[in-house]
Structure formats: structure tokens, C-alpha cells
Design a protein around this ligand. Structure first.
Ligand SMILES: [Mg+2]
Length: 257
């Protein structure tokens, strides 16, 4: 039986500033079904308030408190561990980390910094890491879909720093099991009865499977032909888009998982 759902955002509900056709009505159908829903994203180009505002503008009516972002998880991790990070992040995300204003750095925080990925910035991060500072990454995604095509994501830069400094990043977003468990816990459901819907075969689908959930891969957004062959559980459902995924959920929600 399905009791909770985790929905990825970019590539599932929208691409850039365009909603996937029919997705807003499909989300309403899900919301009216009584299933608990949380929204989980590794997007690091904008703060949570702006993501929420964009969802509302695109016609997706969701509660701000139901949004779980990788930057929010990174913020909590930094606070809990008393870290003061050098920020290799997008300028639009700086406001979400404005309370970390100490310039005596003892950590590196990395997201999709876009034009901030300069040699000097990456080298500054490397020098901190080689001295023992931890590398906190808000995701390790390979690429994401923009309207003009696939675009390289932070994962390649995280991997470059890991290689150069011989360290392993702490990932605070998907596919981190703790990130998933935190979102599931907020629904008062179990991991086993939760379904994750996403377009990223690594972070969304295989990540959810590793955390103990089932998953639906949608063939929109960053999906590429053959991604389904990389799914680690052969029983996983694929759907043409979010609308078809919602049809499957509503048809199967009372069947044991
Ligand atoms: Mg996505």
C-alpha cells in the first residue's frame, strides 16, 4: 500500500519556467487522493522561498513546509557541526547561507555555482580541503535539463575536488539516505510505503531504492534513452511523464508494495 510520495521538481513538474503539460492538474488529483506528499529537490540555483514562489506561479499549489531542499539540509549540517564554510555556490543562493559570514573557513560548501566555478574559486576550495576541511556537497548530479538542452551540474566539480584533494564529499541532498528519511519522517509514513517520482536515474531512482523506497522514473527532463537499464531494481516502473506516473499511483495505491 502506498501512503506517501516524494516528488522531484525540475524535470518532473517543470523544466526551467515551463510546467510539464497537465502536471498541475495531475498534482491536484494526487493531493485530493489523501496521500501525503513532500517535494524533494537538489536544485542549488535558488533559495527555497524562490522555488516555492515559482511553483505557485506555475500553478502548483503546495505548502512551503512540504519542500525539502539540498541547501536546507546542508544548512542544518553546517550548523549542527559548527562549520564555517567557504561557499562555492550560486550567487542567488547566498541569502540562504547569509548567517555563515565568518571568513575563517573550516569547511567547503559546494553547489551549482554556475559562473562562480572559476579556477581561483575552485583552487581556494582545494587548498582548504588539502588542509583537512570537510567537503559538503548539496548533490553530485551529473547534469540537469534546461530549455536549451542538458547542462553540466555540480557533480563534475565535486568529483574534481575529491580527486585533487583525495577526499570524499559529504552529500546532503539526494541520494543521501538521511535526506530521504528526513522527508519521509515528516509525513509520519514508512520508507517502505513511500514512492519517489523523479527524472534522475541516479539520485532519484537508485537513491530512493537504496533508502528502501520504491520509485517511478519519468521520461521527461534529464531522462535519456537507456536510463531504465541502469536501474538497480528490475521491478521499478517507468512512466512517459508525471501524468502517467500519477495514473499509476492512483491505480495501485491500495495494492501491497
Ligand atoms: Mg529532476
Amino acid at each position: 500500500m502506498i501512503s506517501g510520495l516524494l516528488l522531484d521538481l525540475s524535470g518532473v513538474l517543470y523544466i526551467d519556467d515551463q510546467a510539464i503539460p497537465g502536471a498541475s492538474d495531475s498534482l491536484s488529483r494526487l493531493q485530493n487522493s489523501g496521500l501525503a506528499i513532500r517535494y524533494v529537490t537538489n536544485t542549488t540555483r535558488k533559495p527555497a522561498n524562490k522555488i516555492h514562489q515559482q511553483l505557485l506561479e506555475l500553478g502548483f499549489i503546495i505548502n512551503r513546509d512540504d519542500l525539502f531542499t539540498a541547501p536546507m539540509a546542508a544548512h542544518a549540517y553546517l550548523k549542527t557541526n559548527g562549520l564555517s564554510p567557504f561557499k562555492l555556490i550560486h550567487p542567488d543562493l547566498l541569502e540562504e547561507f547569509a548567517d555563515f559570514n565568518n571568513t575563517q573557513y573550516n569547511a567547503v560548501l559546494i553547489g551549482d555555482a554556475d559562473q562562480g566555478f572559476t579556477y581561483d574559486n575552485i583552487n581556494n576550495a582545494f587548498r582548504l580541503l588539502i588542509e583537512g576541511a570537510p567537503l559538503i556537497a548539496m548533490g553530485k548530479n551529473r547534469y540537469f535539463m534546461q530549455q536549451d538542452g542538458l547542462s553540466i551540474d555540480a557533480g563534475a566539480f565535486v568529483t574534481a575536488l575529491e580527486y585533487a584533494a583525495d577526499v570524499e564529499a559529504i552529500i546532503t541532498g539526494k541520494p543521501d539516505c538521511e535526506f530521504y528519511r528526513h522527508a519521509v519522517h515528516s509525513m509520519s509514513t514508512s520508507v517502505k510505503s513511500t514512492v519517489m517520482i523523479g527524472d534522475d536515474v541516479d539520485a532519484d531512482i537508485n537513491g530512493a531504492i537504496s533508502a528502501g523506497m520504491t520509485a517511478i522514473l519519468v521520461k521527461t527532463g534529464k531522462y535519456r534513452d537507456g536510463d531504465e537499464d541502469r536501474i538497480t531494481d528490475p521491478g521499478i516502473v517507468c512512466a512517459q511523464d508525471f501524468n502517467e506516473a500519477v495514473d499509476w499511483i492512483l491505480d495501485n495505491k491500495d495494492i501491497p508494495l
